[in-house]
Design a protein around this ligand. Structure first.
Ligand code: FMN
Length: 447
């Protein structure tokens, strides 16, 4: 039996390519246009994708470095993810709706309540991508002059997730009896008050939202550090990983999954989805031509701004010269800086080649070719134990998803790798994941 793949669509900024807004087929103001998102989500749902995914940062993450780059970039205005997904929920039936939210600039009660509500509105299709944020620009919007240290953010994140999942267990599934005759709204024995008092948070609870139709919204994580992997192994249902190299992806996959038994979880309780950008054509020549058109759209200033956070200002260096070491003591996106540098060294790329390659799909794996080429690669990764599925990170939308659905999905189905129909009603069911047990049920079972 061939392993089935899970598929997500990551749709922030309507595409990952740095110059996507300049593509002749792209609506440049689409990131603020609800109808553009509705169009791509409905396409993904027709193709039976597991979920759509919205990455997020809470602010414009640029100091306009190098000067002039921001005015040439598409990374400025957008719609707030939970608001957007709440609007998309009643316009869809089966596809999962996953939004990013920060543990650094929220309170756990807010997050538990908002995602709990999206889960009710969508009948069990909500998911939370847990991030800690990483830029000073976000800190400036939340009463701080600098973002918190890496260690503090992750320490806070671990406690935050514990509180949120505790709040989601406030009510047992069958707590609401609604007995009109006896006048009983809920069964008192099925309400649990969290009473959390920790280093970062003091939260009494209970949550004012009933238990999720899927037990709780799914939890997603993206970091690859030691703490990031631990949080994923302990709590998460899915990982969105940025990996280019099959061997690296395989060791990451087994590293995360091997940590799970220590937390009483099975490796199959977590789905690892690797970011995948495809440029597909009916022939390889057609795909190559599409790729070359995209490569020509990146303005050098925008390209250098992509590298700024990892390498500092490279504008004085020759664009066709070698890539220097990443900045020392870099506390933000550690895994990204290392990934960029390793790629440049391994492939002998110049600065221009690095930003052109990375700018195609940020840090995600890219395949340019026919549907057969793309599916060969996807199968190789899944069969090697490097991924359970892919989060498609299109260069530009809607065409990136249109092409994937027209060419790649039928080929996946022909090879018996992807569903024809949704298996279940909730996101958790479609991902093939167990409904988590309430922490209070576990306690009473032990008692
Ligand atoms: C594929 C991927 C997607 C991410 N998406 C977001 C995001 O939407 N918002 C955010 O603030 N951070 C995002 N991050 C950053 C991570 O949450 C994390 O902070 C970062 O990778 C540094 O942690 P690490 O050293 O554990 O990798 C993403 C990272 C990766 C690899």
């Amino acid at each position: 039996m061939k392993k089935q793949m899970k598929l997500g669509l990551s749709m922030r900024y309507l595409g990952y390519h740095l110059g996507s807004w300049r593509h002749p087929e792209v609506q440049p103001d689409g990131t603020s246009d609800f109808r553009c998102f509705l169009d791509v989500v409905q396409t993904a749902e027709r193709a039976k994708f597991d979920m759509v995914f919205l990455a997020d940062g809470i602010g414009i993450r640029s100091n306009d470095e190098p000067r002039g780059s921001l005015a040439r970039s598409r990374q400025n205005v957008e719609l707030e993810p939970l608001t957007l997904l709440s609007a998309l929920a009643p316009m869809t039936r089966s596809i999962g709706l996953v939004a990013t939210a920060s543990t650094t600039y929220n309170e756990p009660y807010h997050i538990a309540r908002k995602y709990g509500s999206l889960d009710q509105i969508s009948s069990g299709r909500a998911g939370w991508n847990v991030v800690t944020s990483w830029s000073d620009q976000e800190a400036w919007n939340f009463n701080r002059s600098k973002h918190l240290s890496y260690e503090t953010r992750y320490e806070r994140a671990e406690e935050f997730v514990d509180v949120v999942t505790g709040l989601w267990d406030s009510w047992d599934q069958d707590a609401f009896v609604h007995d009109k005759e006896a006048g009983i709204f809920y069964d008192e024995s099925k309400l649990h008050v969290l009473g959390h008092a920790g280093k970062h948070f003091s939260v009494r609870g209970p949550l004012s939202v009933r238990r999720s139709p899927q037990g709780r919204p799914i939890l997603v994580q993206a970091g690859t550090s030691e703490v990031g992997q631990r949080i994923a192994a302990q709590h998460c249902d899915a990982i969105f990983a940025a990996k280019h190299d099959l061997h690296d992806a395989r060791s990451y996959y087994s590293s995360v999954k091997s940590r799970m038994p220590a937390f009483g979880r099975r490796p199959e309780d977590l789905v690892i989805m690797v970011g995948l950008t495809t440029v597909v054509g009916r022939t390889r020549q057609e795909a190559k031509a599409k790729h070359e058109q995209l490569e020509g759209l990146i303005d050098p200033l925008v390209g250098l701004s992509l590298l700024y956070r990892s390498f500092g200002d490279l504008s004085d260096l020759p664009l066709d010269g070698p890539v220097p070491e990443p900045l020392a003591g870099h506390g933000g996106l550690q895994s990204s800086a290392r990934l960029y540098y390793d790629l440049a060294i391994k492939n002998g790329w110049t600065i221009r080649q690095l930003y052109t390659k990375i700018g195609m799909a940020q840090e995600h794996k890219t395949v340019v070719g026919t549907a057969g080429d793309v599916v060969d690669e996807m199968e190789a990764w899944v069969d090697a134990g490097a991924a359970d599925g892919f989060n498609v990170t299109p260069t530009h939308l809607p065409h990136g998803i249109d092409d994937f659905v027209e060419f790649v999905v039928p080929e996946l189905r022909r090879r018996g790798r992807f569903r024809h129909e949704y298996e279940g009603l909730t996101l958790r069911e479609n991902l093939g994941l167990r409904v988590p047990t309430s922490r209070y049920a576990e306690k009473s079972a032990v008692a």
